[in-house]
Design a protein around this ligand. Structure first.
Ligand SMILES: *[C@@H]1O[C@H](CO)[C@@H](O)[C@H](O)[C@H]1NC(C)=O
Ligand SMILES: *[C@@H]1O[C@H](CO)[C@@H](O)[C@H](O)[C@H]1NC(C)=O
Ligand SMILES: *[C@@H]1O[C@H](CO)[C@@H](O)[C@H](O)[C@H]1NC(C)=O
Ligand SMILES: *[C@@H]1O[C@H](CO)[C@@H](O)[C@H](O)[C@H]1NC(C)=O
Ligand SMILES: *[C@@H]1O[C@H](CO)[C@@H](O)[C@H](O)[C@H]1NC(C)=O
Ligand SMILES: [Ca+2]
Length: 573
């Protein structure tokens, strides 16, 4: 039996389809013209410092949770504009791809999951990037830290995608001290790069400190009056492995849960890094003409110390805990400071917003999904954004469903309303872990007993008024089939504009053992473009793990649940 709303929706839907009455076919009002203010008045180009944190949860910052000590971040946010209705994507590559391109994943082919180290995939070759547009506007552009947008060929590297310089890692999950990154058992390599070469010999230096030092060097050696600067500081913190110098853990010694203690310490290290960067901005003469943006890339993973409480869900899910991001803007150029903004904003908005601030030209950037939201952030004007397509992932689908494809994982926000279809990921509310030791895996197992898989009558549609119910506790799908239909129609509209998913299988030539132990591009520029080869084809491509012998009777059950659970949210994401 289907839930009534789903059944009703399915019925109405097929009716609409047969009558060809879909609003999807009509032009849509989502894209608004943004009036250009003060034409002719050439503004001074501000220095732009974008600080992206990896996996910092909603409850992992001092101003949301005083047990986390972030005095610098709290102060910068309080003096600037805190973004409290701001959205990112639920995992790394998707968020980063949207930041760099200003486009939704349905328009880049990156709808499905992350780019794993061995996958021959990266940003679409024809698509312009934020740093390219800023460079075109006269900026000097630098990436320090994590890329995670593919590197199988040189044309994918940050230095070929608009950055003058790059110092950092190419893959998604790197050890903070030895810079090793693994893609499955035994497939490990060194992943720290300077420009297009491997930056050997940095073992033992803690990533957050190393990257902050590089950021300071860039500021020190750049003349702020000569050329505007775009610094993208993309820290590996607070992603696993949970590592940080001991001195930062000490203040949290009373925190009983060890993972939480370490994560809190990592956040405090980030706080100090941001203090150092802002200090350098002042010292070297950038600050007065600068815009500092601080943002997480996705929600936290509660099993490794993070917390999105009281929001529902976690990293890798389309519940608010996965996508409602911690962020603020700090700048002496803000017209109305010391504010909390409740305007609906999304990570794709930075592209047009920052190119706009830079006095650049986006008329050649076709199909942007972001909006210039500077007047919203700076002056408190209404957001031009009324909707967010959180995603449509046709490869993430329940099997053998006869409903219209509400079995496909998709999520959309329209005004107050949010609709989720398919399997949105685990929807538990996870309070911060306070017990000293609660084995993550068993805890996971316990939660998974409620897994919707294997239940032929699982739910496919949820509807929430996020404004009234940010924690997603009151599903209104049954009460408001009319709204469900409207939002399904919006999904169908977006789906018409989608490109096929690009998710190629692993390429064994990527193995670092064939490249002196480092993760580096492995496809020659002369070789034919891989892009397009795997369009729309669902190939998991992961190396088949050697089956471990079952040592205990419960292991089978445990690994079954683990498999279900880690489909798209393994620690490596
Ligand atoms: C901040 O700067 C101080 C002084 O140079 C340095 O000791 C510390 O390691 C830096 N912190 C980080 C996180 O980079
Ligand atoms: C932006 O670029 C387009 C196309 O190259 C050009 O026609 C237009 O004049 C440019 N606009 C500005 C403000 O430079
Ligand atoms: C989305 O569009 C594709 C390509 O046109 C189509 O094959 C697919 O069925 C659509 N998805 C849904 C859920 O309608
Ligand atoms: C399947 O899911 C539905 C809806 O969530 C629930 O009411 C039902 O009890 C579940 N059935 C089983 C066998 O778990
Ligand atoms: C959502 O809830 C808010 C707060 O209760 C309310 O003001 C708003 O009208 C609701 N939105 C819709 C579309 O019903
Ligand atoms: Ca992340």
């Amino acid at each position: 039996m289907q839930p009534p709303a789903a059944a009703a929706a399915a019925l109405l839907w097929s009716l609409l389809l047969s009558l060809d009455l879909l609003p999807a076919a009509q032009p849509q009002p989502n894209q608004r013209d943004v009036p250009k203010d003060e034409p002719g008045a050439k503004k001074k180009q501000p220095h732009i410092v974008f600080i992206l944190i990896d996996d910092q949860g909603f409850n992992d910052i001092g101003y949301h949770n005083p047990t986390i000590k972030t005095p610098t971040l709290d102060k910068l946010a309080a003096e600037g504009v805190r973004l409290e209705n701001y959205y990112v994507q639920p995992i790394c590559t998707p968020s980063r791809s949207q930041l760099m391109t200003g486009r939704y994943q349905i328009h880049t082919g990156l709808q499905h999951s992350i780019i794993r180290p061995s996958q021959p995939s990266c940003l679409p070759s024809h698509m312009d990037t934020l740093p390219e547009r800023l460079r075109q506007a006269g900026y000097s552009t630098h990436l320090v830290g994590k890329w995670h947008l593919g590197f199988y060929r040189k044309a994918c590297l940050p230095t070929r995608k608009g950055f003058d310089t790059f110092f950092g890692s190419l893959t998604g999950s790197v050890d903070h001290y030895n810079y090793l990154s693994c893609d499955g058992p035994g497939v490990c390599g060194y992943d720290l790069h300077d420009g297009e070469g491997v930056a050997w010999g940095q073992e033992g230096k803690y990533s957050t400190t190393l990257f902050t030092q590089r950021a300071r060097k860039i500021l020190e050696s750049h003349n702020p009056t000569e050329k505007p600067l775009f610094l993208f500081l993309s820290l590996q913190a607070v992603h696993t492995p949970l590592q940080t110098p001991k001195s930062y853990i000490y203040p949290y010694r009373d925190m009983a849960n060890i993972a939480r203690r370490k994560l809190a310490a990592m956040v405090s290290t980030v706080d100090e890094a941001v203090r150092n960067v802002t200090y350098a901005l002042r010292k070297y003469g950038f600050y007065r003409n600068s815009v500092i943006i601080y943002s997480t890339d996705n929600g936290a993973q509660p099993f490794t110390g993070g917390s999105n409480w009281p929001l529902r869900g976690r990293k890798g899910t389309y519940w608010e805990g996965g996508i409602r991001g911690v962020a603020f803007v700090h700048s002496p150029l803000l017209k109305r400071r010391r504010r909390v903004s409740k305007a609906l904003l999304h990570i794709t908005d930075w592209f047009p917003t920052l190119v706009g601030l830079a006095g650049g030209n986006i008329s050649q950037s076709r199909g942007l999904d972001g909006f210039d939201v500077w007047p919203t952030i700076s002056e408190g004007r209404d957001s031009p954004r009324q909707e967010i397509l959180h995603n449509i992932d046709p490869l993430h689908k329940h099997t053998s469903e006869s409903l219209w494809d509400t079995s496909i994982q998709a999520a959309i926000r329209v005004g107050d309303w949010k609709l989720l279809t398919g399997y949105p990921g685990h929807g538990d509310w996870v309070p911060p872990q306070v017990l000293p030791t609660l084995p993550g895996r068993w805890w996971d197992l316990e939660r998974n007993i409620l897994s919707p898989y294997k239940n032929s009558t699982y739910k496919n549609i949820w509807l929430f008024n996020i404004t009234a119910d940010p924690c997603e506790r009151h599903d209104l799908a049954d009460q408001r089939p009319d709204v469900v239909l409207q939002l399904l129609a919006r999904l169908a509209y977006y789906n018409q504009t989608a490109v096929p998913v690009y998710f190629p299988p692993d390429d064994p030539r990527a193995d670092p053992s064939q490249h002196e132990g480092a993760w580096v591009p492995w496809v020659n520029e002369e070789e034919e473009q891989e892009e397009g080869k795997y369009e729309g084809v669902y190939k998991k491509g992961r190396r088949t793990k050697k089956e471990k012998k079952q040592r205990c009777p419960l292991c089978k059950l445990q690994s079954f649940f683990l498999k279900l659970n880690t489909g798209m949210m393994s620690n490596r994401i």
